[in-house]
Unconditional design. Sequence first.
Length: 451
Amino acid sequence: MTPGAAQNIAETLAARYEVMEALGDGGMGMVYRVRDRETNEILALKLLRPEIARDPAMMERFKNEIRLAHRITHKNVCRIYDFNRVDDLAYFTMEHVDGESLRAWLKRAGKLTPERTIDLARQITAGLGEAHARGVVHRDLKPENVMLGRDGLVKLLDFGIARALDSDTATARTIMGTPEYMAPEQSQGKAVDQRVDLYALGLILYECLTGRRAFSGATPVEIALKQLKEKPQPPRKFLPTTPPHLEAVVLRCLEKDPARRFASAAELQRALVQPGAPPRQGPRLRKTAVFATIGLLAVLAAYKLVNRQDTSSASVQARDATTSLPDQQQVPEELVKLFEAAKQGDAVAQERVGRLYLDGPARARDERKAFFWTRQAALSGDGNAQFTLAQMYESGRGAPHNLVGAFVWYNVALSSGNESARVPFERLKEKISSDELAEAEQQLHRLRRGR
């Protein structure tokens, strides 16, 4: 892009965004780091190529997919915020990730250790599982679309975008598709489902372990043919220290027949656990057997205990979910006590219930209820809940995106002795405006007076 063209873009967007720097140039267009003048937030802005922006049918599909992608709220998925047109420019804004792409990492370091590859796979499958549950298939998963945050979080980019660009038009065929990461049925133009994402993940994990692509060739056609006909070499041929169970996971992802792959991201994630290894515990849950042994029906049955005052439709759903339980005794006693304690005002129990709704089994999650119980615990003085509530406000997960609210609750968490809140508190202190700081002080005053 010429300096003059870049200047024109900056001038066109200037009413709302300050263009700070160009981050990269992909198949869909340029990506910029911008500051939103209205909210003072740092965002990523993806400016679509003119040939895409000029195609009305493609734009309509694109907007539909943006609406669908809005439904994905998960810590391992980069949030898409808005889609706009200004004059001849079409663009969308999304969460800015402070870090680098997996592609950049691999170019610099060559490959990952098996341990880090497993962690990467766990985080990617967590994000994929949430997206697939919402009916969204990525279809263009590759190292360029995997961001490694400096905070250790892995985030997936561009959900729904690839499908919006996939059509029978010549433009779409030019843009769409990365042969090195396409499943055989995808390159053949057949119907696809979530298993194409698991195939692409297998290719990514293969590259992370071995430092080389599973299939390579001089042309995209040659690569596509190899994807259809050849079996990949076992990763241990290139990295003898590859754990056998991890190699088995990668090779199963790369089965030509979708029916022979993992059926879901959740099944893949379970297979990542090394045989004989102890169950993996979450960082903030107590080491109790309750959460390791609760089945989905037991969780839903316990929900019934918590939500007796919910809407009638929610009560019906809870009752329906428990009809297959012949005896209420199937609900673990400790879980029943936990929910009852939360209802009685126990802050520790409320925090744990909020965490269960936020990060429990996929079908049992409810971010609205997670916000309710986390806020109850935070108001009761639980420092962990105060920190989580701040994160929810900052990310917009389960709560309206509100940087002032996040700043307030990071402040409260610090006052309660939670040092994990210090770094995000200082970061937001530099980020929000003087007016927002004044508003935060007023909120803190009201909050402390109320407590």
